[in-house]
Write a protein that binds this ligand. Structure first.
Ligand SMILES: Nc1ncnc2c1ncn2[C@@H]1O[C@H](COP(=O)(O)OP(=O)(O)OP(=O)(O)O)[C@@H](O)[C@H]1O
Ligand SMILES: [Mg+2]
Length: 226
């Protein structure tokens, strides 16, 4: 089986004076259907690693493979395309567009990809929001939703283009325990029932404990995996 994402000695150092090491020498494979957590103290490089894996940032060292293809040297357009087609992102703060409704926010990535016509885009967005128990609230603006509801809209948006990989950076960081549980259950379901690879940066020990694989980082390096 081909890994959906593979890091080979992946790293990023900022060319400042003195240089700042964000991530060094990360090597691992992420398989479809797996739930991986990335843990470690604040400032150890978790978000930086996630940005490298999601092609939001460029490595200065090593290689990144997506679906077995080396994407390290690809140009900006090709990288943006892979990001749109293969990755869904969920952050601690939802980053929904405030002037668009829940439905419009979820439709946006599909419009950008341009694979589906208008009616199909709308139908898929409705169905994703319905799956996340938001069917009654599709016409609300983000400001008219609770924190947990907004985070579920963000998950629906992340799923819009049917990504193979969900990258989440402290997705429950701004939620209470009930909503954290819901979001966590949803992420697990995406891995287990839909064979997506979920990679989740977290400070939450219960999320880390529930993962198939846990990547522990310290000072930019992966110090343990298991
Ligand atoms: N542009 C930058 N210039 C200098 N240092 C930076 C820059 N971006 C990140 N860093 C540093 O790189 C390190 C890794 O940052 P990163 O955001 O990946 O940490 P993190 O593990 O996600 O932390 P947290 O748990 O607080 O979110 C930190 O020490 C941070 O201060
Ligand atoms: Mg972070």
């Amino acid at each position: 089986m081909t890994a959906v994402v593979e890091a080979r000695g992946l790293g990023r150092t900022l060319a400042l004076e003195p240089p700042v090491l964000l991530v060094a020498d990360a090597s691992f494979s992420i398989m479809a259907g797996s739930f991986t957590s990335i843990i470690g103290p604040s400032g150890c490089g978790k978000s930086s690693l996630l940005y490298l894996l999601g092609l939001l940032d460029r490595p200065t060292q090593g290689q990144l493979l997506v679906d077995g293809q080396d994407v390290t040297g690809l140009g900006g357009d090709a990288r943006a395309r892979i990001r749109l087609e293969r990755f869904g992102f969920v952050f601690q703060f939802h980053f929904l567009l405030p002037e668009l409704t829940a439905l419009e926010n979820v439709m946006l990535p599909m419009r950008r990809l341009g694979r589906l016509g208008n009616a199909a885009v709308r139908e898929r967005a409705m169905s994703l929001l319905g799956d996340l128990a938001l069917g009654e609230k599709v016409d609300r603006l983000p400001g008219q939703l609770s924190g947990g509801e907004r985070q579920r809209v963000a998950i629906a948006r992340a799923l819009a283009n049917d990504p193979a990989v969900i990258l989440a950076d402290e997705p429950t960081g701004s939620l209470d325990s009930v909503n954290s549980e819901r979001v966590l259950a949803t992420l697990h379901q995406l891995a287990r029932e839909q064979a997506r690879a979920v990679i989740c940066v977290t400070h939450d020990s219960s999320i880390a404990a529930s993962a198939d694989t846990c990547i522990r980082m310290l000072d930019g390096r992966v110090v343990a995996m298991g």
